[in-house]
Design a protein around this ligand. Structure first.
Ligand SMILES: [Zn+2]
Length: 349
């Protein structure tokens, strides 16, 4: 099947987070046609396998996109569509690259997965981890302009601060107002995080996801990017101390929603060498090694495996992520397929 037709059909199968079913089935059918040993797991991930034994190279992209269908069309050398960049383009490139190895005599296993819920709570990758899929090398499909390799993602800490105060008359001069106290708690969180340093990649940036409050109860939902070299637990403990440094009149409680540590690849991983060589050969450019301030499925998987041999790579300009201008250059998409093919070859041949 022509790689461009495959991408176009995939983009036309709209799959915002939580509604990946059709796209999962589409990938499953295609992987079967291509000769993968394919299955859909209980959360809707599609997993295709080629070969047996070690080493195992795991290629993982997400099926879900942010909401908002974009009519799929080709304009010049670009294909427009929701997910073209984040991350159906990168996932399609992985599947197209891996299918070349069907029927070949490999010295290991190639596993390709399309996972669900990456833009949500990462239910998909969490289920892959629960199933115990241990790889020697892992590649996560996210846009890196096809020429760069992403070797670091910050972590994420997501929680709610709940504040309760004793009910008293709003006009009372001694009354503690929960809404005011939750704002105080937020300010204490910001100032304790500011102590951590200033560089964009080092310092934990935080934002309010939602806030609500009355006289005696209030809460603020907070999301923090966890910088390299720190664990989410350390930040959580710090925040906990900061918000609880008040008197007995005010009850503050932290409720953890989700958390993942930052992930950094080992720069000396053979996987990175393979990418460098392949990118140089295909695009005649030196690959750049990048660190991102965001978080991805690689954080969960790389930290769980506790290996430095996981990276993120894919065609597409990451600045177009989640925008209504999502589009991918055909040249980059086809080039990325070739890069991935060469990387797989270097690892399992
Ligand atoms: Zn993505």
């Amino acid at each position: 099947m022509d790689p461009l037709d495959f991408l176009t059909e995939f983009l036309n199968t709209y799959s915002p987070t939580g509604k990946e079913n059709e796209a999962s089935k589409f990938l499953f059918r295609k992987m079967q046609d291509f000769g993968f040993d394919a299955r859909i797991d209980q959360v809707g991930n599609v997993i295709g396998k080629i070969g047996e034994g070690r080493p195992v190279i795991f290629l993982c992209g997400h099926i879900d996109t942010v909401p908002g269908f974009i009519p799929v069309r080709k304009v010049g050398d670009e294909v427009f569509g929701r997910g073209a960049v984040d991350a159906k383009g990168p996932l399609a490139a992985m599947i197209m690259a891996a299918r070349e190895f069907v029927g070949e005599k490999l010295k290991g296993t190639v596993v390709v997965a399309g996972v669900v819920d990456e833009e949500g709570a990462s239910k998909g990758i969490k289920n892959i981890i629960a199933s115990g899929l241990e790889a020697d090398y892992a590649i996560f499909g996210e846009p890196s302009n096809a020429r760069n390799i992403v070797i670091g993602y910050k972590g994420r800490l997501h929680f709610i601060v709940k504040v309760e105060t004793k009910i008293s008359h709003p006009a009372s001069p001694v009354a503690r107002n929960a809404s005011e106290e939750v704002i105080n708690a937020w300010n204490r969180i910001k100032s304790v995080l500011a102590e951590n340093g200033r560089s964009k990649l080092r310092s934990p940036s935080c934002s309010i996801m939602s806030i609500k409050g009355g006289l005696s109860e209030a809460e603020v939902e907070v999301s923090i990017r966890v910088p390299f070299g720190v664990t989410w637990r350390e930040i959580f403990d710090k925040v906990n101390l900061a918000v609880n440094a008040v008197d007995e009149e005010v009850k503050c409680q932290l409720e953890l929603i989700d958390a993942v540590d930052p992930y950094e690849s080992n720069k000396r991983s053979p996987l990175i060498d393979a990418f460098r060589k392949a990118i140089k050969d295909v695009f005649e450019e030196e690959a750049k090694l990048l660190r991102k301030t965001g978080t991805g499925d690689v954080n969960y998987y790389g930290n769980w495996l506790n290996i430095g041999d996981a990276v993120t790579y894919g065609p597409g300009d990451p600045r177009l992520d989640h925008t209504d201008e999502e589009r991918i250059k055909v040249k980059d998409y086809l080039g990325a397929i070739e890069v991935l093919r060469r990387v797989i070859r270097l690892v399992v041949f």
